[in-house]
Design a protein around this ligand. Structure first.
Ligand code: UD1
Length: 369
């Protein structure tokens, strides 16, 4: 069973499972925000998988979809960080309560799964890991509104000492700064706790910034690589927030699928929450320049100096635990991955510009810039 199997990550996973000969069932509600008002499945939905259109918030649907299943990849979720700050009940119901219904059904039916894998997120860390140059333990966890207003973008300790970002490992204390992040932390903990208590071999994967073909373009809550490439294709500049030097870990959806398959099989992964990224930091400016190069366009990015409330400055993955536990090794370089994203984008119809709507929603609620 792949929940969210019609979505960006889920549909690639379904393809990989079908290709290796598994029988696959999909549970997906074909959310109009992702799939359009007619809620038609995407053209790339696998014809070799069984599709059940249903909602994770419907307790009864779980009985039906879990019948005969030995492995569950729970990827269905509401995924907009900004949107979660005004659709609080919806996000909590879909992500937290939906996972509770899955676990309740497994326990009530005394189901013996071979594996349960849940999608978690780097967002649960808040800021990534930092060190002080003097070797001390940093105490700051966020940037103050005053410093941001003064365009002082870097993380600093309260005494003003600059902090240097280093790869974030799984022991970094969690600091979820949105309802979305809170629900991801919930999902991960619920699955690992119930898994341990009932002997259901369970794994949580903390995905970093995923990009690639089939990434939703109409969903306004999509990531920066999709936003920048759509703009560049329309002859518009990439709009860079802050100064562009903020770092993230961009990981190709194909490496994410590799990690999901390993998490579904490898004994060493059981009981763990593992980072899945590329392991290499990339700045937002580098995203814009790589995309412009790959597209062969000469549109300079605009560094706006504006910022998004709640944005973190840096977070990139230390992937050594996933490497040790399940042999995860990312294979797609950033440049190759961006080429792949762009090649796919060029074949798509121009989407409605959801980003404008998103910005308006957030602004109306005092949640932006
Ligand atoms: C957030 C979530 C992550 C989620 C992802 C995609 C956190 C910490 N992480 O990541 O879980 O998977 O959204 O929904 O909340 N930027 C620009 N110009 C733009 C858009 C973005 O400069 O037009 C910058 C942002 O300010 C940020 C960086 O690009 O510094 C990355 O933004 P984004 O792709 O939205 O992802 P995150 O905020 O890292």
């Amino acid at each position: 069973l792949v929940t969210g199997g019609a979505g960006f990550v889920g549909s690639h996973l379904v393809d990989a499972l079908v290709a290796r000969g598994d029988r696959v069932r999909i549970l997906d509600n074909l959310d109009p925000q992702v799939h359009g008002p007619e809620r038609r499945g995407p053209s790339w939905l696998s014809g070799d998988a069984e599709l059940v259109v249903g909602d994770v918030r419907d307790r009864d649907v779980w009985d039906r979809v879990l019948k005969g299943v030995d492995t569950v990849y729970h990827l269905a979720a509401a995924v907009g960080v900004g949107q979660s700050m005004y659709q609080i009940a919806d996000y909590t119901a879909t992500n937290t309560l939906g996972t509770a219904y899955l676990l309740q059904t497994l326990v009530d039916r005394e189901m013996e799964l071979k594996r349960l894998v849940v999608a978690s997120s780097m967002s649960i860390y808040g800021e990534g890991r930092y060190v002080r140059e003097d070797g001390g333990e940093p105490s700051a966890t966020r940037r103050s509104a005053d410093r941001l207003k003064a365009h002082d973008w870097e993380m600093r300790d309260p005494d003003g000492a600059p902090l240097r970002p280093v790869p974030t490992d799984e022991d970094k204390p969690l600091d979820p700064t949105s309802i979305y992040a809170l629900t991801k932390a919930d999902q991960e903990k619920m699955v690992l706790q119930i898994g341990e208590a009932y002997g259901i071999p369970s794994v949580a994967l903390r995905f970093f910034n995923i990009y690639g073909p089939r990434q939703s373009l109409s969903n306004p809550y999509t990531g920066v690589a999709a936003i920048f490439s759509s703009r560049l294709l329309n002859g518009e500049s990439a709009l860079i927030f802050e100064d562009g030097e903020q770092k993230r870990d961009f990981v190709s959806v194909y490496d994410i699928v590799r990690a999901l398959l390993l998490a579904g099989e490898e004994p060493g992964a059981v009981g763990q929450a593992l980072n899945v990224g590329s392991g290499s930091p990339v700045t937002v400016t580098e995203v814009a320049s790589t995309l412009a190069r790959v597209l062969g366009v000469d549109v300079a990015p605009q560094v706006t100096g504006r910022y998004r409330v709640g944005d973190i400055r840096n977070c990139f993955a230390d992937i050594s635990r996933a490497r040790d536990a399940m042999g995860y090794e990312p294979q797609v370089t950033f440049e190759e991955g961006m080429r792949d994203l762009v090649a796919w984008l060029q074949e798509q119809d121009k989407p409605e510009d959801g980003a404008e709507r998103h910005a308006a929603e957030l602004a109306a609620r005092g949640l932006t810039l």
